[in-house]
Write a protein that binds this ligand. Structure first.
Ligand SMILES: O=C1CCCN[C@@H]1CCCn1cnc2cc(F)c(F)cc2c1=O
Ligand SMILES: [Mg+2]
Length: 528
């Protein structure tokens, strides 16, 4: 199959649609917004699940499974929380040719399914803390343009739902889970994220506060919400009648609840951040295949080359690396090089006749496209085999680190600290994120959203007249919104050293948009 026929930085959306198909991550499907997860992407999700599931079990979370369906009555338990989402709910109204008496919703999230059960299970303080998680699919009938992995009408996720007697324990868990989400992105997917709190406008309205990890796609200048961890306070306990008997007095108390979710959007973010014009670039930690071995066969020396490849393959398999010997005789080495580069395999080992004579092989890194010669072990000496496997493992670690450092440098270069509207809009039209002193008022955020749309349209017009019309499609569409209010520690981690004022802007600081008193530092950007 042919490679990607456009450049990532020239036509990002076409590049992305081609990569997800040609790297065998997904197959298209005849229902809009729905995609088939082929093994190459499902294996990545499995790595994320394996890591996160093990970590939440260390925190005492138990997995359970709740029904896919929820009655209309039950879904409407929480009116205001639903009203904003009603258009996204998918309903079953028939079975066979007969209408159902009552329409049944397909879960878009499971609060209204889980919390009535929780109110039965939580009676005494001894029933707390209750910590449940569900791995499942959910359906949200989005109307915005679908994007594989990033925005789809069905996606896979985990949703955690916990209840605590002690508020501080609940608050602590919110941040523990957020740290796990950071690790999923930064340690598994090599994608840098920024932790912070959502503004009043962006948070989960049914809860108390929302924390988030925010990613960024330099190639198109858009931020992506990576995963969210909410404190619900006692709001849902009140709504669903979840009470328990206090320890000393028999009084009825409400637990403090959290909910947290991470979805298959993770896969799309990694594709967008690391991919290049040759296709997918996979972080070794989640790569379904870490090393592919390719024989360079000539008439004469084929048997020796094949056995040399097989020996290398079994040596690396014994070292628990995910390795494949591509011995297909009907494909040329060149074809195989392109295929495995397109699919993002981190390392390639080539073995030709001269290598067999010299006891060497050629190794090629997918992230830097560097190629060099290495010594292969004498396969009867186990120390040499161990050393070889160790060397390959070290190289994979270097690739993982390089991907994270490269993505971090690119992301950091796209954060502008600004304190007035002009430089704010300049940052935005230059496809950057903007860190600003902000009043933290809802109506101010609303005005920034509206004004930013107008200003970038005006900017687009000016561009169209002054320069070539094509320059205008460089100006992103869509409103600017707050991505998060970064934790002070995050701003230090970003190397923004004047941390002293990061806890809160100095009192004389004014909001960049309305000049009112600045109370927070806010990170803004265009997002998915
Ligand atoms: O984000 C999470 C983490 C996992 C558990 N749920 C929370 C809040 C989900 C917020 N949300 C998000 N989207 C929704 C879409 C709907 F169609 C709908 F009926 C409800 C919702 C909805 O409540
Ligand atoms: Mg939504």
């Amino acid at each position: 199959k042919e490679g990607i026929d456009c450049r990532k930085l020239e036509n990002f959306s076409s590049w992305y649609q081609q990569v997800v198909i040609k790297a065998d991550l997904i197959e298209l499907y005849d229902i809009s917004g729905c995609y088939i997860f082929r093994p190459w992407s499902f294996a990545i999700w499995e790595k994320i699940v394996e890591f996160f599931d093990a970590e939440i079990k260390k925190l005492g979370v138990q997995n359970a499974y709740f029904p896919l369906f929820v009655s209309e009555r039950r879904l409407r338990t929480e009116q205001e929380h639903l009203e904003g989402f009603a258009a996204e709910v998918a309903w079953v109204t028939k079975s066979g040719s007969s209408e159902l008496d009552e329409p049944i919703a397909i879960r878009p999230t499971s609060e209204t399914i889980i919390y009535p059960a929780m109110s039965k299970w939580i009676r005494s303080h001894r029933d707390l803390p209750l910590k449940l998680n569900q791995w499942s699919n959910v359906v949200r009938w989005e109307f915005k343009h679908p994007t594989p992995f990033i925005r789809s009408r069905e996606f896979l996720w985990q949703e955690g739902h916990t209840a605590y007697a002690d508020r501080s324990e609940a608050d602590h868990e919110v941040l523990q889970i957020l740290e796990l989400y950071r690790r999923v992105y930064e340690e598994l997917l090599a994608v840098p994220v920024i932790k912070g709190t959502k503004s009043d406008r962006e948070r989960f309205a049914g809860g108390l506060y929302t924390t988030t990890v925010e990613a960024f796609v330099p190639a198109n200048g858009r931020a992506v919400q990576g995963a969210t961890s909410h404190s619900l306070g006692q709001n849902f306990a009140r709504m669903f009648g979840i009470y328990y008997e206090g320890k000393d007095s028999g009084e009825k108390l409400m637990p403090w609840q959290n909910s947290w979710g991470c979805t298959t959007r993770t896969i799309g973010v990694a594709v967008m951040v690391h991919g290049d014009d040759r296709g997918l670039v996979l972080p070794p930690r989640v790569a379904p295949l870490q090393v592919v071995i390719i024989p360079i066969i000539t008439k004469s020396a084929s048997a020796d080359v094949i056995s040399a490849c097989e020996a290398i393959c079994s040596c690396l398999q014994r070292a628990n690396l995910r390795v494949k010997f591509d011995d297909r005789s009907e494909k040329t080495p060149g074809w195989k090089f392109n295929e495995w580069e397109l699919r993002g395999v981190p390392l390639r080992i080539e073995v030709g006749p001269r290598d067999v004579q010299a006891g060497t092989a050629t190794i090629a890194r997918r992230d830097t496209m560097e190629k060099w010669s290495i010594r292969v072990p004498n396969h009867s000496i186990s120390e040499e085999e161990d050393a070889f496997a160790q060397e390959i493992h070290q190289t994979l670690v270097r690739i993982q680190t390089n991907l994270f450092e490269r993505a971090s440098a690119e992301r950091n270069a796209r954060i502008r600290c600004v304190s007035d509207w002009g430089t704010f809009m300049q940052a935005i039209v230059q496809r950057c994120m903007a860190l600003t002193p902000w009043c933290n008022l809802n109506e101010c955020e609303e005005r920034v959203r509206q004004q930013s749309v107008q200003d970038s349209l005006a900017y687009r017009e000016r561009l169209a007249t002054e320069t070539d019309p094509s320059a205008t499609d460089a100006v992103l569409s869509g409103a600017v919104k707050t991505l998060c209010m970064p934790f002070a520690s995050e701003l230090e981690r970003l190397g923004l050293t004047n941390a002293a004022e990061w806890e809160a802007p100095a009192p004389e600081k004014q909001c960049f948009a309305c000049n009112g008193p600045a109370r927070r530092w806010a990170l803004w950007g265009r997002s998915y």
